[in-house]
Design a protein. Sequence first.
Length: 365
Amino acid sequence: MARGWAATWPVVLVLQAWAVAALPAAGVEPPRIEFRGTLRLPDEAPGPDGRPVRLTGISGVAWIAADRFVAVLDNSDVLLFFSLELDRDGRPLAARELVAVRVGATHDFEDVAVCPEPLRARIAARQARRERADPGGCLLLAEEDTPAVRAVSQRGGDLLGVVPLPKVLGQRRPNRGLEALCVDPDDGSIWTANEEALAGDGPAAARGVGTTVRIVCVPLPADPPRPSRQFAYAVDPPHDFVPVLGDGTFSGVVALVALGAGRLLVLERSAGPGLPPFTNRIYLVDTTAAADVSDVDRDLAGRGDRGLAKRLVWQDALGCNVEGLCLGPALAAGGRALVAVADNGGTGLPNQLVGLALVGGITSP
């Protein structure tokens, strides 16, 4: 999601890395996140037929395997597959072999994740029962207009099904629905979150005011079935800025990264009509002992006693609208790559990748 004035500012790097003690699991080194650099992406990529497809509104990114990644474009039907060269420290050097693939429907897609293997196998078995070909690898796409998490084939973008979500997520505010998506490396559970508070849960973000969202964990189908879980997460108020243009601020959750053992990285993005126009914050949360708020059907903001504890591990004002984040491959210098994408909002500004490194706090892939 990127709208209006917020996407009109040039990219200005104002770097400030944070390393804070952070809720480590037993025997796991507390993580730290380090900025590595940015890389401009092209404005177009060839489609499967060789014709150019315009790239705008890149809002989510996922690591497939080796050097292969996929990004999703909001308010469109476009997936962007590409190979990314990283140096030994995680600095993005070059994006190659870009291909745009059309999805079978147009939605406000905001994030993407690779289907866990048990779900992929389940989809393949269902297709076989219908005497249809195995779709191969599949992706999950979070879209905020329905809202829904949809499965699509990597190969051709065919729609393969919808992940059941708690009904309460249907109470999203316009353009503030499902923005984040990831898959747990331990058990394949699907994690998602609304960007700002649901209409019945509390206020949207405003100058000096934060917002409370639901981070939702949807387990894979099992016998007996396992219920989904919901966690209350308090988003910081919009950052301080020097006013330039007028009214309009927002702050919300735009990406999740599952680290395993119940831990998540939560990417918050705030914007204001001034300088700096954007700030991003990454927090670490541990859900293992947190309260499940599935029984709270409204006024979640008033239940601070049941909210997730969070620890800041990185903050930066990069001047660009960073909306997507994913865990990438292991780095030769140690740690794991984190790859982020910046949404240009359809204004003609550059599409960008942001390279980060996660050091500590996670096992090898």
